[in-house]
Design a protein around this ligand. Sequence first.
Ligand SMILES: [Zn+2]
Ligand SMILES: [Zn+2]
Length: 355
Amino acid sequence: METVTYKCPNCDAGLVFSPEKQSFVCEYCRSVFSEAELEKVEQNSTAAGSPHAVPSGEEAGDAFAAHAALYTCANCGAEVVTDDTTAATQCFYCHNPVVLSGKLSGEYRPQSIVPFAVEKEEVKKRFAEFCRKKHFLRRDFRTEAQAQELAGVYLPYWLIDSRLSAKMDAEGTKIRVWKVGDTEYTETKRYHIRREGYVDFRDFSAAAFSKRTMELARGVLPFDMDKRKPFSMPYLSGFQAEKRSVERMDLQNRIHEEMAQAAGRRLDDSVHGYTTVRKDDLQTSVLQEDWNHTLLPVWLMTYRFREKLYYFAMNGQTGKICGSLPVSGPKLAALFFGVAAGIFALTLLIGGALL
Ligand SMILES: [Zn+2]
Ligand SMILES: [Zn+2]
């Protein structure tokens, strides 16, 4: 649907996704369209012999390549993707200016997306609340200017659906001990245990973005993947996406290993009733798999103070918050002193009780 829904059916202006309305809005004529309505427009225009056909995978990739713009931060090297109606001006990570550095090829087109559900105004409100309770916070962190730095950033993930066949061989024993008079008898029965089966994985996820962004975003997981939509370009309007920097080839061995271990644990769990179990062999093979490049929404704000990076992050779907806050020096020293004094008093009390 990408080639068509990109433009307003009424006036041809660009469409933008609204988290509040969960719909696409024309910024020019103010029309609002649901995903279903846009699909209908698309189908009708196709039926009427419009040159726009429903894009196949390859064509959708081409459309993505035509409308996605890649920006690079000259300071920290961050690579940010947005659509060609949104001009990215500064790096969400270090706040330095970013420059348009080119286009992306169609292979970078995401297959699916979890759209933002929290509006920026709501995030600013939650940010203010988050700061209010923190008495040791540096003052300039909670200013309106700082809140303006909040950026809606889609983070790229790989979601993997797969089926593994797994076969485990083990040796088990059952030991029985009994007494007749003064004689103790021990009976040991040995068993060969085999377990075989299929293990299906759904939405096994792996981050496909930089480690340093992971530092900021780790605390806002998880996401509800069931709310995923097929990707289309207007979702990017007004938002940024970190460019996918981890490829399937980089991850495949590690993911298969993790899946094999998880499958092995499932087989282990089915073995009961033995005194001892010794695992001899586990064989797994991947029968089928589907790697899905998807974007997940996070509100991010960073703040640098004395060479250290502080941040505020919110899950753009669920509203879950995390952050590390810059605290002001003298107030913090007072806190440490208070805690130390508290522990000292406690130690004395315990000491007293022992005597
Ligand atoms: Zn319009
Ligand atoms: Zn930067």
